[in-house]
Design a protein around this ligand. Structure first.
Ligand code: ATP
Ligand code: MG
Length: 301
């Protein structure tokens, strides 16, 4: 069982079905990403996990407890909500002080979290005067107060700059090594590719796919290799003869080759045996393309 378990959750808003039987499990010490197009139900799911709204049906379990019944489990959870709505009349530091008091966290920790998100210099400024990235940073700092065992974030990368993203990756990797369970939604596929151990792909309130990002690419994009060569003609005539080559596209010296099965080694051997000069040969790991194909497939169902 994971540190966060969602079992068969349903949620309607009036006649609109937002969640239609979602189950997922986030393992302890892993980063789990929830992906899906706008309106897929990600925020609804996160709000149910954090008990801000009730499910119509289904169960949530965090660290072995039902958060709807055992509210003290929230002492171990950090949460960054989507587009954080923070009190504008407080400074970042005042917000963190208030939050530390509510969470029973030592005031010393405020300094640590401010440094983690690079907000020490702006800590005394009123939230009303923050840029959207600064708001995102302070919301993150608040979630990190008291070293939570579970960190839940709804689109933490909205409006954050590349330096914070880089830093966040370090912070999250460090937390993961310490055994913190991280569940996040995001549309930033590059972050997902670099960080997520597992992804759940939501579509119209259902889990359409679960697995690693590699699995996602292999499943929806297939096995596509990119080959750069100066011997285009020789390569093309070889590719046309191979029965495991499903599709061939090319742009000048670059070939995009789709294979029916994982015959990468065999293909490379054939190329070398024929003395075809190859500059590079690699698997197409285009997560954006795989995402697009996944959505196309989900829509066609
Ligand atoms: N308070 C609400 N009242 C009515 N419908 C809602 C409400 N909140 C969400 N919905 C609807 O439920 C569905 C799921 O919305 P949700 O916000 O969970 O999607 P999301 O996956 O987080 O999307 P995004 O990527 O845009 O953040 C959408 O169709 C949305 O219009
Ligand atoms: Mg959302």
């Amino acid at each position: 069982m994971g540190a966060v378990n969602v079992t068969n959750v349903f949620k309607r808003y009036g006649t609109k079905r937002a969640l239609n039987g979602v189950s997922l499990s986030a393992s302890k010490g892993y980063i789990t990403a929830i992906l899906g197009p706008n309106g897929a139900g990600k925020t609804t799911l996160i709000r149910i996990i954090t008990t801000l709204i009730n499910p119509d049906q289904g169960r949530i379990e965090i660290l072995g407890k039902d958060p709807f019944k055992e509210k003290n489990v929230f002492n171990k959870i950090g949460y960054v909500q989507e587009l954080p709505n923070l009190p504008p009349f407080l400074s970042g530091k005042e917000l963190l002080s208030l939050s530390a008091r509510l969470k029973g966290v030592n005031k010393e920790d405020i300094k640590r979290v401010l440094e983690l998100v690079d907000m020490t210099e702006n800590a005394d400024k009123k939230i009303a005067k923050y840029s959207k990235g600064m708001i995102q940073r302070i919301a993150l700092a608040e979630a990190l107060l008291g070293c939570p065992e579970v960190l839940i974030m709804d689109e933490p990368n909205v409006g954050t700059d590349p330096i914070l993203n880089l830093k966040m990756r370090d912070v999250l990797n460090h937390m993961r090594r310490e055994g913190v369970t991280i569940v996040m939604t995001t549309h930033e596929l590059e972050e997902v590719r670099k960080m997520a151990d597992k992804v759940f792909f939501l579509f119209q309130g259902k889990v359409f796919f679960e697995g690693s990002t590699e699995d996602l690419v292999l499943k929806f994009l297939g096995i596509r290799v990119i080959i750069e060569t100066q011997d285009g003609e020789a390569l093309l005539s070889l590719l046309k003869k191979l029965d495991y080559v499903k599709n061939i596209e090319f742009e000048s010296n670059k070939f995009f080759v789709e294979l029916t099965e994982d015959s990468r080694e065999e293909l490379l051997r054939e190329i070398v045996m024929r003395g075809i000069r190859v500059k590079s040969f690699y698997l197409n790991q285009d997560l954006e393309k795989a995402y697009e194909m996944a959505i196309r497939e989900a829509r066609a169902k």
